[in-house]
Write a protein that binds this ligand. Structure first.
Ligand SMILES: Cc1cc2nc3c(=O)[nH]c(=O)nc-3n(C[C@H](O)[C@H](O)[C@H](O)COP(=O)(O)OP(=O)(O)OC[C@H]3O[C@@H](n4cnc5c(N)ncnc54)[C@H](O)[C@@H]3O)c2cc1C
Ligand code: SF4
Length: 501
């Protein structure tokens, strides 16, 4: 049996951050990634291939109770960041505390914003995030500004920004991890959000974490390696090995430390599937929270259409609106964030507008400025990942806080009409959109109500850490990746300093 100091499961931004912290240390580290490196090919930027043919999506079937569905998941080196929209937000300072919402409470984190602040800075620098500190009215305090200036607006977004300001709002440059600007590679192609970058100009986990990590001799990456089970010793407290399927062969690999980062849903599934006599509810699960409290934000796509204006913007993700993030004034409850979605193309509309003739969809897509309204989804114990008898994943998303989301969408429509777009349509994202999945292996201060301690170590096991977005106790209303990276770097440093220096 092969043996390592550390085995990391998953090469997304959680696993990659830990790997980068261990790079160059004494820790002989193996990253096991079920996918392969995503090929750079013409289809990367072809909406027909990416959306029409689902060329890069996993073909797995998951279940939402009685209904089978194909999840919006991508298994590649770099994980879902290969397809992400590169919006890299810090959580607001208040997001780390308890926040009262219209339909419930967003619980406090076991760490404060101050605990992550320097790690957020490191993460922004590593990913080449472009932004402008303090321009966001809800920006948390930061010890240093972004190193790189924001991506400039193209004319359509510039005009919208001006109208938003005239209407009393404070739009700000959206923090974004694209390599644009002098000497930068980004060509502002029309395809960023939900597409891979054909020229490696998007700051994703493969480029910013995994490649620099594996340049060190102590970090090894094996692709096409799907971990099927974690195995504990006879006491049940120590993880001793993983069972992994490589090229159709089942292998066992042992290690001193295991870092699980397979994504919030898959990590919960793996822990549940790894139940044994000492851990009958699954690993790390004496609290019975593993798989529960699944969140993924309440999100809607919004198309703001002007019938006589073609939207020729190539890269629209240059501004965001947070004026109503915490509500509409004293005593009100939070609404959410508004940011550009990227460019909606005809193949993306086919499923939602199946009855509409193709040329109408194309006409609409060409004239719309596309937005993403995002509000907080609250944790609920019945919002849950479980394993079906055939071993497939069941995802029961108990939706919460929708009243606030619909109020936010209505407000966004008002805001966008006032920028000069008379027709504004919104569509709520459904269960199969799992992009911002989190919460299924929550960390906390109490082993009775959480699976992980504040450094993401399983309370029940001496040598198991979980660092993907499963650790989030709440989802806030900003995009999750930067927070995953910040905590991954923090945990990675903890491992390096305490165990391998
Ligand atoms: C279309 C899209 C757009 C998005 N846009 C944004 C955005 O603009 N900003 C933002 O902050 N976030 C965005 N997100 C979310 C962001 O990508 C995720 O929050 C982030 O990637 C989560 O990282 P992770 O490490 O937790 O998990 P993942 O990225 O899911 O990584 C998990 C890795 O583990 C691998 N794996 C899974 N199971 C196994 C197994 N059994 N054995 C071995 N390997 C396994 C997977 O292949 C994957 O590589 C977006 C997501 C999507 C899908
Ligand atoms: S907009 Fe820039 S970073 Fe994004 S996919 Fe296109 S070239 Fe790559």
């Amino acid at each position: 049996m092969k043996s390592y100091d550390v085995v990391i499961i998953g090469s997304g931004c959680g696993g990659g951050s830990v790997a980068l912290q261990l790079a160059g240390s004494k820790a002989r580290t193996l990253i096991l990634e079920r996918g392969h490196s995503l090929p750079r090919e013409a289809q990367n930027w072809d909406p027909e291939s990416v959306f029409g043919e689902r060329r890069y999506h996993t073909d797995e079937t998951w279940w939402a109770d009685s209904e089978a569905f194909k999840p919006g998941m991508f298994y590649y080196v770099g994980g879902n960041t290969k397809f992400y929209g590169a919006a890299m937000f810090r959580f607001r300072e208040r997001d780390f505390g308890e926040v009262i919402h219209e339909e419930g409470v967003s619980p406090a984190w076991p760490i404060t914003y101050a605990d992550l602040e320097s790690w957020y800075g490191r993460a922004e620098t590593l990913f080449g995030v472009r932004g402008l500190g303090g321009a966001d009215p809800t920006d948390p305090p930061r010890s240093k500004d972004y190193v790189l200036k924001p991506v400039p607006h193209e004319p359509v977004m510039s005009a919208i920004e001006q109208r938003l300001r005239e209407n009393g709002l404070k739009p700000f440059p959206m923090p974004c991890a694209v390599d644009f600007g002098s000497g930068g590679r980004c060509q502002r192609c029309e395809n960023c959000d939900a597409f891979p970058c054909k020229i490696d100009a998007k700051g994703d986990a493969e480029i910013k974490l995994i490649r620099p990590a594996v340049a060190h001799s102590n970090i090894e990456l094996v692709t096409g390696a799907q971990v099927v089970k974690l195995m504990a010793d006879s006491s049940g407290r120590r993880i001793v090995a993983v069972e992994v399927m490589v090229n159709g062969q089942l292998e066992k690999i042992s290690a001193d430390v295991f870092v699980l980062s397979a994504g919030a849903i898959n990590s919960a599934a793996l822990l549940l599937r790894s139940a044994n006599t000492k851990n009958s509810r699954g690993l790390a699960n004496s609290s019975d929270v593993v798989g529960r409290n699944y969140m993924t934000h309440n999100t809607s796509a919004i198309m703001a259409v002007h019938p006589f204006k073609i939207n020729d913007t190539h890269f629209p993700k240059t501004l965001a609106v947070h004026d109503y993030y915490f509500g509409e004034g004293a005593g009100s409850t939070p609404l959410g964030s508004l940011q550009p979605l990227g460019n909606i193309r005809e193949p993306m509309l086919r499923e939602a507008l199946a009855l509409m003739p193709r040329f109408v969809r194309s006409t609409l897509a060409a004239r719309s400025v596309d937005w993403y309204a995002q509000s907080e989804d609250l944790p609920h114990p019945d919002s849950r990942v479980t394993i079906r008898p055939d071993s497939a994943i069941n995802l029961h998303w108990h939706r919460t806080n929708l009243k606030a989301h619909f109020r936010w969408v209505a407000k966004c429509k008002e805001i966008l009409r006032a920028t000069g777009y008379p027709f504004v349509f919104a569509k709520l994202f459904e269960t199969k959109v799992v992009s911002h999945q989190c919460g299924t292996v929550r960390f906390g201060n109490d082993p009775i109500t959480s699976a992980l301690d504040p450094l993401c170590k399983a309370w029940d096991h001496d040598n198991l850490y979980v660092v993907d977005s499963g650790f989030f106790p709440s989802s806030a209303a900003v995009n999750p990746a930067l927070t995953v990276v910040a905590q991954g770097l923090r945990v990675g440093e903890h491992l390096r300093v305490t165990l391998f220096s």
